[in-house]
Design a protein around this ligand. Structure first.
Ligand SMILES: [Zn+2]
Ligand SMILES: [Zn+2]
Length: 257
């Protein structure tokens, strides 16, 4: 597809599925690719579409659950083996930068010794990325707050950072919910978005359908999908509501912006 688009590399929920990769998306702006999340199966999904790893200029990670980040180091290994020369910009939840650098060393990758430059950028709430290609803002949500008690009990340094990302590509707005605590996390962000890629695991579906009905100018793409049975049940519900602004994500699906 020519022009700008949002490409789905992995649409499975955190319960890995045989036929879908877990979370992974690409914002395509001309020939420049921005990878958004990098869960299990995403590297293979990327290569299966004959995409060029060298076109990946930057990566944005929403949060550190494995289904969103476990193959990031595999991508970096691919860049190493391919003898990449182009710089790479990594936008990671601030709490993840040191652990991820340690992980890279543990798996015998040494970012400072690569032949190309890797820059680590910390993402915190209201972080903004601006470029000629697109702008992005990060919005911390409540997805990880449910882990608060255990983090306090174990005295861990985790900051429960999970970000929804809002993209503005030449005036076209797309919201990627990432994982959320509830629909309330993204309601203030939906306004003006032509597309909302929303995860289906942590929302109340009846609330979502009522909300999608109100927001008739927005196209919703439900992702982070479970088993075929779960998807069939979701499809039934949305069909019964006879809404035309809800689609289901598939690996390999491309949304033109
Ligand atoms: Zn997830
Ligand atoms: Zn998650």
């Amino acid at each position: 597809m020519a022009g700008n688009s949002f490409f789905i590399l992995g649409s499975s929920s955190g319960l890995p599925q045989a036929e879908r990769a877990t979370s992974g998306y690409l914002l395509k702006t001309g020939t420049s690719l921005s990878l958004v999340d990098c869960g299990g199966g995403v590297v293979s999904s990327f290569l299966r579409r004959r995409l060029n790893p060298n076109d990946v200029d930057r990566v944005f990670i929403s949060h550190t659950h494995s289904d969103h980040v476990c193959e990031l180091s595999l991508f970096i290994q691919l860049f190493h083996v391919n003898k990449r020369e182009k710089p790479l910009e990594l936008y990671l939840p601030e709490e993840f930068i040191e652990p991820f650098k340690n992980w890279l060393n543990a798996v015998y990758m040494f970012p400072d010794k690569e032949q190309y430059k890797i820059t680590f950028h910390p993402v915190t709430d209201k972080f903004e990325f601006k470029s000629d290609l697109f702008n992005l803002s990060a919005h911390q949500n409540t997805h990880l707050v449910k882990t608060k008690a255990i983090i306090e009990e174990l005295k861990l340094p985790n900051k429960m950072q999970c970000f929804s990302y809002k993209f503005d590509v030449e005036g076209k707005k797309l919201l990627y919910s990432a994982d959320i605590g509830s629909l309330d996390d993204i309601k203030p962000l939906v306004d003006g978005s032509g597309f909302v890629v929303v995860e289906s695991t942590h929302i109340d579906l009846d609330d979502f359908i009522a909300y999608a009905k109100e927001q008739s100018a927005t196209n919703f793409i439900l992702t982070h999908l479970g088993t075929d049975e779960e998807i069939a049940a979701l499809t039934e519900k949305t069909k019964a509501a006879s809404l035309t602004n809800i689609q289901f994500a598939m690996d390999g699906m491309e949304v033109g912006l």
